[in-house]
Design a protein around this ligand. Structure first.
Ligand SMILES: C[S@@+](CC[C@H](N)C(=O)[O-])C[C@H]1O[C@@H](n2cnc3c(N)ncnc32)[C@H](O)[C@@H]1O
Length: 305
């Protein structure tokens, strides 16, 4: 066994942010850094560039659009980064709307990665954010935020656990209350999980959610995933920074998670990113052979009983 293999305990071969799925968290952080400093920024994350600079794997990635030779014409740091900026904004709005309008005070970020929402959004008093990701990713996040002396604006509870395993005890042992409404987010996560793990995750969210809870998640439609394999967005990500998203995505047929929730009495709304590009007047537009064509953002509400 090589030294590297010995230390890499994740199924994809690498546990932290230095490779495999963990590296995708740095990709999103770099995109957020670029978005933050656009003149027409959709979302601000002042922590994002610190993560990018702190990891050897991403230290030389751009964190401003002017650092990219072809700027917005670059499929990765132009269009794809703008996509992440739009997604960040839409899901920021979802989370704040949920805690403000529905009164929920517990938020669970599934596959939280380098999401700094606990530090950058104005949470109402009494909010608790549970951040679930794998241990190596959360350890890196802790180290970088600690170095910045960052102060969260809500109680933050990191939970190092693999979502393919049984994560319920880890959450409830950390203080999650199944009798109170909750807000859930699975942003950029489900397409990495085996079908059974996604099915189990959605069932579990339903089981742990009191009436009045909300959930937002992102999915990719199978047919578009296969049809757009050679889209510029995937090839640029692979060639410019060595992340082969298609090899990281789980290739099993995807479950109908929105349909499952509907069957359990939730109401769901399914949107495309382009709906929000129109709404905000900026963001990615559809194009031919588009890796984003199959992305859907699903918003679900569990009724009060
Ligand atoms: C693309 S990143 C998105 C991170 C964050 N939600 C965001 O949008 O910035 C995907 C994240 O999912 C996490 N992840 C993937 N599979 C996971 C698993 N089986 N258990 C826990 N976390 C997982 C990765 O470690 C990574 O941080």
């Amino acid at each position: 066994m090589t030294d590297t293999a010995h230390h890499n305990t994740g199924v994809e071969g690498v546990e932290g942010v230095e490779g495999g799925i963990g590296l995708t968290a740095l990709l999103v952080a770099a995109a957020r850094a670029i978005e933050t400093h656009r003149h027409d920024s959709l979302a601000q994350d002042i922590y994002a560039e610190h993560f990018v600079h702190a990891a050897p794997a991403s230290a030389d990635w751009p964190v401003r659009i002017h650092q990219v030779a072809d700027g917005d014409a670059n499929p990765l740091w132009g269009r794809f980064a703008r996509y992440f900026g739009l997604r960040t904004r839409v899901l920021d709005d979802f989370l704040l709307r949920s805690v403000r309008a529905h009164g929920a005070r517990q938020v669970v970020l599934l596959g939280a990665g380098l999401d700094a929402r606990a530090f950058r959004l104005d949470w109402p008093p009494g909010c608790v954010l549970f951040e679930i990701d794998r241990e190596g990713v959360l350890a890196f996040k802790h180290q970088v935020l600690g170095g910045l002396s960052a102060t969260p604006k809500a109680t933050r509870v990191p939970i190092p656990v693999d979502l393919r395993e049984d994560w319920v005890a880890a959450l409830t042992d950390s203080g999650f209350d199944t009798t109170a409404p909750s807000v859930w987010l699975a942003e950029g996560l489900l397409f990495y999980l085996p079908n059974a793990s996604e099915t189990n995750l959605i069932r579990t969210v339903d089981r742990l959610s009191a009436g009045g809870s909300t959930l937002a998640f992102e999915v990719k439609l199978d047919k578009d995933l296969l049809a757009c394999r050679d889209s510029p967005l995937y090839t640029a990500t692979k060639h410019q920074i060595g992340i082969d998203l298609l090899s990281l995505f789980n290739r099993e047929p995807r479950p109908d998670s929105a349909g499952h929730l509907e069957g359990k009495g939730w109401t769901t709304t399914v949107r495309t990113p382009f709906d929000y590009t129109r709404h905000h007047g900026r963001g990615p537009h559809p194009e031919q052979n588009d890796a984003l064509a199959g992305n859907r953002w699903v918003f679900a509400d569990k009724p009060l009983r």
